[in-house]
Design a protein around this ligand. Structure first.
Ligand code: MN
Ligand code: MN
Length: 464
């Protein structure tokens, strides 16, 4: 028998450290790998917020969800969904308890950093045709050059017809690219600070190199690109002003590592929480509290606009829901709990000096509960209360879900925000929970399959 020293015993009693799931329960990786096949499909099918909504709507319909109508009658176990302008979606399973006992909100965002086309994007310069972009969300611009890009979006033609674009996803599709200098000629560019390695107005997308064969045409390269777009999609130049076109990495979600324990993909912030939230929503059959799962848009640019969480779209849904049950929405909010489900930065051993290891989130330690975000002294943060932390940690522990705590980097190293403050401002107890991500906001982000799986488990427990 090994003798445990007094100190060791005391340490076990009083001290605490988070566990690595891969070390504690390596056999769980099999379940995680299986679960993540559906996640990879979700990522590949949803490269934009609109595509995520379409795919999610299909998943919900297949699971028996009905479109929400304000004049419908609902009872426990019923499942409904509501689409907000094709860019956001809300799904609910009616609980056994009255709404006034509080609902369980789980909110993730499905917009990701990318390059949007400008409203008047086409031009040519010295025998190449181009599209001008305006980046959306926080990107490190130099990361977006010399990678294959695909074009997604919607265009309204003058006659009102809606054209949907998805170019660069199929193997046989053509792709687009932003150029960068060769090392031989980049001596001057190398002197720029990294943030200016590629500047905003240098994020220009090459779309053609063959001119329209007519010497009388001044912009023959641009014209050729227009002609081909017109033949294929019926678009003319002015239609770009009635469009939302997003250039995204054309890479597919793929396994990473010899052990296939990780996923590399574009847009995991925050489609990783969106997928896990939707899967938990679908699997929830007869919850105590009514579930309100929200996939929202515009988080990456501050949640403004009528598809973002700063708007009233969720509030209006809640008012309609409350009307059906004859209760006041304020009596529901103040007793509700919200998981603001968003990713956090995983500790990166290569760039360890921006993290404070005791309060950083780690790959394979499970979903990260982020008490507060913000910058310069928690500014712009929801800062969850001790009561909210206690309630959410209890749900995790009672259901044997691995979890960890995390801050977004060292104090004063930078910072960021989520949608948490908008729910807090509605009088709802809110805390951030999500998956740790390596290389967040890069065209290719990395997550761990165990973390994805245990985030799903956490959301299942929350909806019990
Ligand atoms: Mn996010
Ligand atoms: Mn983000």
């Amino acid at each position: 028998m090994t003798k445990i020293s007094e100190g060791k015993k005391l340490e076990k009693e009083l001290a605490f450290s988070f566990k690595n799931i891969a070390k504690e329960e390596p056999e769980k990786l099999k379940d995680a790998i299986k679960f993540c096949e559906g996640y990879k499909e979700f990522l590949n099918k949803g490269k934009t917020e609109r595509e995520c909504v379409s795919y999610t709507e299909k998943l919900l319909k297949d699971a028996g969800y009905e479109p929400f109508e304000p004049d419908m009658s609902l009872s426990a176990g019923d499942k409904v969904y509501y689409v907000n302008r094709g860019k956001g979606i809300i799904a609910s399973t009616i609980g056994k308890k009255a709404l006034t006992e509080g609902v369980r909100f789980n909110i993730a965002h499905i917009d990701s950093p990318r390059l949007d086309l400008k409203p008047n994007p086409m031009y040519e310069k010295e025998e190449l045709a181009y599209l001008k972009t305006h980046y959306y969300g926080g990107i490190r611009k130099y990361q977006w050059a010399t990678i294959p890009l695909s074009m997604h979006g919607v265009v309204y033609l003058k006659n009102g017809e809606k054209v949907e674009l998805s170019i660069g996803e199929k193997e046989s599709d053509t792709r687009f690219v932003i150029t960068d200098l060769l090392p031989h000629l980049s001596a001057k560019q190398n002197e720029r600070p990294l943030k200016d390695g590629i500047k905003g107005e240098e994020l220009n997308i090459v779309i053609g190199s063959v001119p329209y064969a007519d010497d009388d045409v001044k912009n023959a390269y641009k014209l050729m690109a227009l002609k081909l777009m017109n033949e294929e999609y019926g678009i003319t130049e002015s239609d770009f002003m009635r469009a939302e076109i997003e250039m995204v990495p054309s890479v597919k979600a793929t396994d990473i590592g010899f052990d296939r324990s990780m996923i590399g993909a574009y847009g995991q912030d925050d489609r990783v929480c969106a997928y896990t939230a939707v899967m938990a929503e679908i699997k929830t059959k007869s919850p105590e509290h009514t579930t309100v799962t929200v996939l929202t848009d515009k988080e990456e640019i501050g949640s403004e606009g009528n598809t973002g969480m700063a708007s009233e779209f969720l509030h209006h849904y809640m008012e309609d829901l409350c009307d059906i049950f004859g209760v006041k929405v304020r009596n529901v909010y103040r007793r509700s709990t919200c998981l603001s489900s968003d990713v956090n930065a995983a500790y990166d051993p290569t760039f360890s000096d921006v993290f404070e290891p005791a309060n950083a989130s780690f790959i394979n330690h499970g979903p990260v509960i982020t008490k507060y975000t913000g910058a310069r002294g928690k500014s712009g943060s929801n800062d969850a209360s001790a009561e909210t932390m206690a309630a959410v940690i209890k749900i995790m522990d009672d259901n044997k879900v691995y979890w960890q705590i995390g801050e977004l980097g060292k104090v004063d190293e930078g910072g960021g925000g989520t949608i948490a403050l908008f729910m807090g401002n509605k009088d709802v107890d809110t805390v951030d929970v999500g998956v740790p991500v390596l290389a967040m906001h890069a065209p290719f982000e990395i997550t761990s399959k165990l973390d994805v799986f245990y985030t799903y488990k956490a959301f299942r427990a929350f909806y019990k």
